[in-house]
Ligand binder design. Structure first.
Ligand code: HEC
Ligand code: HEC
Ligand code: HEC
Ligand code: HEC
Length: 378
């Protein structure tokens, strides 16, 4: 996703919409993180990218990251750069035939990522996306586990989350380099599974593996259930594997939600929550974990540039849980058992938004089943 941070169609469409709606005010701001070389070379504006060089279109590339030499403050892309022949990295003694090298402790710490993975509204300063702060105030920061320890230890089949192993990959980083106890992988996989954006199937697979090693579910049934009277099923969702809130980042768009289904002993669905309508939108009464912000009139908006105040945020902090309650009535005279099934689902963007941006029916963000739990009312 880093290499596609500029070419990403979802980004570009929202970026151009912002530029149009507020007359270019965010043109440079967005690109500080999405095409940092473009901003450095003053190739932005214009927003349409017509002045961007090829290297700037490559988003966040090798040379950009290994040229970061510090930051003014965490968030909003306030990095300091030292372009030139010296490349910065995690090894104290490192020799390259292609360039000079220098050790950078910053590259081994979450603060490096936090420079861009914390986003505040540039004029009203409202915190919009705070992955770094969510990590910093949580248990993983306390244990010294950095962003790099999960996101740069993943490889196909090994998601490297809080509940899986996060192995070392010993080896040699380049010709003539010494043997290292661990080479940090550079897949940088998050959760993105939008077909128009995540075009490489192996990355889509790794994003699914990461999501499927992020949470656990537990269903609690009432001790006694009498058909004809109301009962309550409880579902506990634990953020077991993510180093920040679940979900994190662009959570005014991302959707994680709970699907619950109760079926009678003939297989007929008698209760359902979290299903999709015929347009692919989540039923309004469902439990969705996300952040909701309001525009100047107090109406919910998914457009970051219009945000004036926060409305709600029910996401789950690292190693913490949420408990949801569902009330339902098993019809009087029904024969038991009834099956209860809960699934935590995720998609990177709501259907109505991609329909609006890409055209109706043009693309469908993949829905990933993160975890499923079953129980039976006997
Ligand atoms: C998002 C920023 C980012 C990008 C893009 C990036 N790197 Fe890195 N790279 C890092 C960080 C951070 C580390 C050190 C991780 C640590 O030590 O915790 C690293 C480590 C390295 C190392 C040391 C060996 C290792 O793997 O640990 C080499 C060599 C390297 N990067 C080369 C590259 C090349 C080549 C590219 C482009 C294909 C690239 N990097 C792209 C951030 C980046
Ligand atoms: C120059 C700013 C910048 C830096 C520094 C940076 N990132 Fe990012 N990162 C981005 C942007 C922008 C995107 C979104 C690209 C997109 O979706 O178009 C992104 C995307 C990601 C994703 C993929 C998210 C998804 O939806 O799948 C992961 C994972 C990630 N970054 C991890 C890291 C880690 C770990 C570090 C530190 C080693 C880091 N990033 C450093 C700007 C940055
Ligand atoms: C303990 C392991 C762990 C640590 C530490 C960790 N992450 Fe993650 N990260 C995950 C898991 C698991 C997911 C997938 C579930 C989710 O989306 O939260 C994820 C997802 C993401 C995503 C994609 C969110 C989305 O929905 O598009 C980004 C971006 C990201 N992480 C960045 C970071 C940054 C930046 C840090 C450090 C400040 C960090 N992560 C620290 C495990 C970790
Ligand atoms: C401080 C750095 C920063 C700035 C400034 C920034 N972004 Fe991002 N953007 C990110 C990061 C980091 C991600 C990945 C977060 C995640 O995956 O949840 C991201 C992801 C996105 C995505 C999701 C792409 C996808 O494929 O899922 C869109 C769309 C986006 N940004 C639009 C914008 C727009 C429009 C602006 C300007 C109004 C902007 N961004 C400004 C850092 C930034």
């Amino acid at each position: 996703m880093l290499s596609r941070a500029y070419e990403d169609e979802l980004f570009r469409k929202l970026y151009l919409l912002a530029s149009e709606e507020i007359e270019g005010l965010t043109d440079e701001f967005c690109m500080r993180c999405h095409s940092p070389i473009g901003v450095y070379l003053k190739e932005i504006p214009p927003a349409d990218g017509s002045k961007l060089s090829d290297i700037a279109k490559r988003g966040i590339s090798c040379d950009f990251c290994h040229t970061v030499s510090g930051y003014e403050k965490i968030g909003n892309g306030n990095y300091e750069l030292s372009p030139g022949m010296v490349k910065r990295g995690p090894f104290e003694e490192s020799k390259s035939p292609g360039h000079e090298t220098t050790y950078s402790e910053l590259h081994t710490k979450s603060e490096f990522c936090g420079i861009c993975h914390n986003l505040y509204h540039p004029t009203n300063n409202i915190p919009l996306e705070l992955t770094y702060t969510e990590w910093k105030e949580g248990p993983y920061a306390e244990e010294g586990i950095q962003c790099q320890d999960c996101h740069m230890r993943q490889s196909p089949g090994i998601p490297a989350t809080g509940i899986t192993e996060r192995p070392d990959y010993p080896g040699i980083a380049g010709a003539g380099g010494g043997k290292r106890s661990h080479l940090y992988t550079h897949y940088f996989v998050g959760a993105n599974t939008i077909p128009q954006v995540q075009t490489d199937k192996s990355y889509e697979q790794m994003a699914m593996e990461r999501l499927q090693a992020a949470a656990t579910l537990e269903i609690t049934l009432p001790a006694n259930i009498t058909p004809g009277t109301e009962s309550t099923v409880k579902v506990k969702i634990t953020n077991a594997g993510a180093g920040h809130y679940l979900p994190t980042g662009l959570t005014e768009l991302r959707q994680m939600w709970l699907y619950l289904k109760i079926t009678d002993n003939s297989g007929k669905v008698t209760y359902e929550s979290g299903s999709l309508d015929d347009k692919g939108n989540i039923d309004k009464a469902s439990i969705i974990y996300h952040s909701v912000f309001a525009d100047k009139d107090g109406n919910p908006t998914e457009k970051v540039w219009k945000i004036e105040s926060p409305i709600s945020d029910n996401r789950i902090p690292p190693k913490e849980s949420a408990i949801e309650e569902y009330s339902f009535t098993i019809p009087a005279g029904a024969n038991l058992p009834f099956d209860v099934e809960a699934t935590l689902k995720y998609r990177s963007a709501p259907q109505h938004l991609v329909d609006e941006l890409f055209g109706e029916g043009k693309t469908t963000p993949l829905i990933v089943d993160m975890v499923t739990e079953k129980s039976q009312i006997k």
